[in-house]
Design a protein around this ligand. Structure first.
Ligand code: NA7
Length: 555
């Protein structure tokens, strides 16, 4: 397995040259911000090096995304056999996945199991939000401040914030006047919210809105779906697993754990090898039907790559999906409103769905097309569009996130010479491979812009690679008696130019969505995710490491 060397090299934490620290608080080797998928693995990895590590998380428990997003219907769109950790054979043997696409509760249980199994909690400070982090250039360390008043000093910071941790609450007029319950899906009450018999409005029809709508439609009195942009979605096939299924899955693990690193988006199924237009039309159709019938994201991530580059191929696949959606909706006028026409299939995140389109055939579900009748304001009784007021008891905002950057800019990060990352990123968002930022020594970022994990990757595959790279980098610094690492401006510029060159060839970069930052007013419009594929990204990262961190200043 990749990163196996981590188990054999043990650094004595006391050997680290921390003498310069003005240690009025607890001097640490590393603070990890976030106790989700990435943070837990990063803690396990750095602990293996013998480092003094503290994880800090605003939540009251582990889980990250899977802690906060406990809204009805929350579920992974990656199958369980690739939405997991690979670092422990024991864990792979012990954990029994219950279904192909685990729901939020199952994924959260898994992460809690990992935290207990590897005794991770003792190094996690819950209910503590990091508000600021300031680099001290003479002591070569960071000081982190928190909302509880506790401060930490640390040589390294690893941000494990997830790409989607800063919820977007659109500034609707009258927001505060609503007398019912208004909730964002990513801040769903942990104690639950009883929607039975209520008049509910859902704003947003991305992956989240789709999951919410299909889940609550049967139980609410009325459901009004406020749609600005229709979305493609593929029907999910979600069988429950029995022991025989799990045994077969485990038998494939050696293959799976190799396959994900060689796959463009960190899945385990290869895409089509022949060029789209080299395949005769009837056979293309047959292939699309087979991928569609799989009940997974294969049509998107294991289909024809041309959907990302070639408008003609994109149109043919999109027309195929539109036909499938049309067939699900009884009212043909409504069907046309629910079918995307302004972007190609796969140029935005494709959700899986489980009854979403059928919900609109129910008498208690109504679609409000916000392109025809935009929202004017939220009123004490509900939502007013240009067509009038709709009375509601509950408004659910499924309006998404300030992706990639929002988690980082929520923290007042001050690098060399007190320069604010938040202010710098208002001018231009810059990173080197999504792993470090010039001007911010010893700050390692995961799920940050210009790495695949910012959007276009099976998250656990890409994040595990990032954690391994960061861990090996810190190990290198120690074994070579170095205390800081920071990318040079040239290396950063080269990576950005490479990123832009690839991104600008794609239809994804030309489509409005959170992938390009265009869901946030005033945010720079640039593809967040590195689009050269996970293998190319990993090769670039490996090259940096093999060349003793070429492009990085190591002191
Ligand atoms: P998304 O995919 O960003 O979807 C947000 C939805 O909310 C989308 O339909 C937006 O319409 C809509 N939206 C956002 N702001 C407004 C306003 N002001 N008025 C009306 N509608 C609005 O977020 P999700 O949470 O669904 O998914 C994020 C990721 O989480 C997903 O891709 C998975 O990876 C997991 P728009 O399309 O902008 O017209």
């Amino acid at each position: 397995m990749r990163g196996a060397s981590l188990g054999v090299t043990l650094i004595n934490a006391l050997e680290l040259p921390l003498d310069n620290l003005t240690a009025h608080t607890q001097p640490l080797d590393a603070v990890i911000i976030g106790a989700g998928f990435t943070g837990l693995y990063q803690l396990w990895s750095l602990r293996k090096l013998g480092l003094r590590v503290q994880v800090v998380d605003a939540a009251s428990n582990v889980g990250g995304t899977w802690y906060w997003n406990c809204y009805p219907g929350a579920r992974t769109d990656s199958p369980s056999h690739i939405y997991q950790y690979w670092f422990s054979d024991e864990l792979l043997d012990e954990w029994d996945w219950q279904q192909r696409y685990p729901d939020q509760a199952e994924t959260e249980r898994y992460l809690n199991y990992v935290a207990d199994r590897f005794d991770l909690r003792k190094d996690i400070r819950f209910n503590t939000r990091v508000d600021g982090a300031t680099w001290d250039d003479s002591a070569h360390c960071w000081t982190l401040t928190t909302n509880t008043g506790e401060t930490f000093q640390s040589r390294f910071i690893v941000t494990a914030l997830g790409p989607l941790s800063a919820p977007l609450v659109p500034p609707f007029k009258g927001h505060e006047t609503f007398t019912g319950r208004l909730v964002h899906t990513a801040r769903w009450p942990r104690e639950g919210l009883d929607l039975k018999g209520k008049r509910v409005g859902v704003i947003g029809t991305g992956a989240t809105g789709i999951q919410v709508v299909q889940t609550i439609a049967p139980e609410v009195a009325s459901l009004t779906v406020f749609q600005r942009s229709p979305n493609y979605a593929v029907p999910m096939g979600n069988p429950r697993y029995n022991d025989a299924d799990r045994a077969a899955m485990r038998a494939r693990y050696p293959h799976t754990r190799e396959a994900i690193w060689t796959n463009f988006v960190g899945f385990d199924q290869p895409g089509q090898t022949r060029a789209f237009f080299d395949v005769p039309p009837a056979e293309r159709r047959e292939i699309m039907e087979t991928l569609w019938a799989d009940g997974s994201l294969k049509l998107w991530v294991s289909g024809f790559m041309e959907i990302f580059f070639d408008p003609a191929a994109s149109e043919e696949v999109s027309a195929f999906v539109r036909e499938k959606i049309r067939a699900r909706i009884n009212d043909p006028i409504l069907a046309e409103k629910l079918i995307p026409q302004d972007h190609g299939f796969g140029t935005k995140r494709v959700p899986l769905e489980n009854g979403y389109f059928d919900a609109f055939n129910q008498p208690n579900v109504e679609l409000v097309d916000l392109r025809a009748t935009p929202i004017e304001c939220i009123t004490p009784n509900g939502i007013r569009t240009t067509a009038g007021e709709i009375a509601l008891d509950v408004i659910i905002l499924a309006t998404g996130f300030d992706a990639g950057t929002g988690g980082l800019t929520a923290i007042d990060i001050r690098g060399r010479n007190g320069v604010s990352l938040r202010e710098e990123w208002k001018k231009e968002v810059r990173t080197t491979m999504g792993l470090q930022i010039h001007g911010y020594p010893n700050l390692f970022t995961t799920s940050a812009p210009y790495a695949p994990i910012a959007a276009f990757c099976n998250a656990p595959s890409c994040l595990q690679h990032q954690v391994q790279w960061i861990t090996e980098c810190i190990e290198y610094l120690h074994t070579h008696g170095r205390t800081t690492i920071e990318p040079t401006p040239d290396a950063e510029q080269r990576w950005l130019a490479h990123h832009d060159e690839l991104a600008n060839q794609t239809l994804i970069a030309k489509t409005k969505s959170w992938y390009t930052g265009s869901n946030i007013e005033g945010k720079q419009n640039r593809l967040l995710s590195y689009i050269g594929g996970l293998p190319a990204y990993m090769a670039a990262c490996a090259e940096v490491k093999q060349q003793d961190y070429a492009g990085f200043e190591v002191v």
